[in-house]
Design a protein. Structure first.
Length: 345
């Protein structure tokens, strides 16, 4: 009897050991277990149990390990959050754009057109003078790709419109001259008077800021000796006929006339077209006798005519009908085609 009790106890201990060490997918057969019961308990078919355990019959022995295939339901996993794209960093590679100089272009015009300063434009192209020529390729931008936009600042309260008064244009007036005398800007004069250019005429009524007065004119401008020589040389050619492409006493066209006068007064300036002289000069807001006056869109598009400014809105030039003559900038024709006053570098 004692032996039997010891045997039963030992079996229980062994069974416990088996149970304790059995893996989660193994079942140790207990008294009364059948394949059918195990199939129900573990939700598998009898045929699967027999196949997995290599059984040819339904006979089971106590403590026999039976492999069980469990269908483990994995805990539901949260969907991975969508990948957050890193904002692309601005490329550090410079982006360079170019511009081909057209007839009538100046460095100042090109700089304004591309919203950069004149000095920046010169630096980009390694220029030490303002001299450019049609067909020349210029770099106009050299910047990295656009980065994040700057924070938009709230708009400043608008300034009240200035009180205006009237002024009648008299002989010799220009917008630049009126702006200087009234201590205002040409852009303000244009804005107050709805002007798209600098053309004004004698008798025209302009709106000026109230409480500004036209300062009295100072003494007459003293014309330098070299300029006097240029004007004198030009006037000596009055009446010379017009010849297309001419640059001798036989006849002149407008640029040939300029070339001849400059050459007679010691200048080393070469013989160029109106475009060539235009690109070798810079704009002046207060013209002086001896400066060059340019006109556009006369017989062709672009800068197409030029003359020497004499003062008091008069200039001397080679007219295609009258030859070398003196004309007034405020005449209807020349006012319509007026481009501006310039000075050679």
């Amino acid at each position: 009897m004692k032996k039997e009790i010891v045997s039963i106890a030992a079996m229980a201990i062994i069974s416990s050991a088996y149970a304790a060490h059995a893996s989660a997918d193994t079942h140790v057969v207990q008294k009364g277990d059948t394949l059918w019961q195990l199939s129900k308990k573990y939700s598998v078919s009898v045929a699967e149990l027999k196949s997995i355990n290599g059984l040819s019959s339904d006979f089971l022995k106590i403590n026999q390990p039976i492999k069980i295939v469990k269908t483990v339901t994995a805990p539901a996993t949260k969907p991975a959050p969508p990948a957050v794209k890193e904002p692309s960093k601005p490329s550090s590679k410079p982006v360079t754009h170019t511009y081909i100089v057209a007839s009538g272009d100046t460095l100042s015009k090109i700089a304004v057109k591309h919203n950069i300063s004149l000095q920046t434009l010169m630096n980009l192209n390694g220029l030490t003078t303002h001299l450019i020529f049609p067909g020349q390729t210029l770099k106009v931008t050299s910047s990295s790709s656009q980065g994040p936009k700057e924070e938009v600042k709230p708009a400043q309260p608008s300034q009240p419109a200035p009180a205006l008064t009237q002024y009648m244009v008299k002989k010799g007036d220009t917008l630049s001259k009126i702006a200087a005398q009234t201590k205002t800007s040409v852009s303000d004069l244009r804005k107050w008077n709805g002007l798209s250019g600098d053309y004004i005429f004698v008798g025209q009524v302009l709106m000026l800021q109230k409480n500004t007065a036209i300062a009295p004119e100072g003494p007459a401008v003293q014309v330098p000796k070299d300029v006097q020589e240029i004007i004198s040389a030009a006037k000596n050619l009055l009446g010379t006929p017009y010849i297309w492409g001419g640059s001798t006493l036989t006849g002149f066209d407008c640029s040939g006339f300029i070339y001849y006068v400059l050459k007679q007064t010691g200048s080393q300036m070469g013989r160029y077209s109106t475009d060539g002289y235009y690109s070798r000069s810079y704009y002046v807001s207060t013209p002086q006798p001896g400066d060059i006056v340019f006109f556009e869109n006369t017989y062709r598009k672009g800068i197409s005519h030029m003359g020497i400014y004499l003062g008091n809105d008069e200039f001397i030039h080679a007219d295609s009908t009258l030859g070398v003559t003196i004309s007034n900038i405020n005449s209807a024709y020349y006012q319509k085609h007026f481009d501006g006053f310039k000075r050679f570098y």
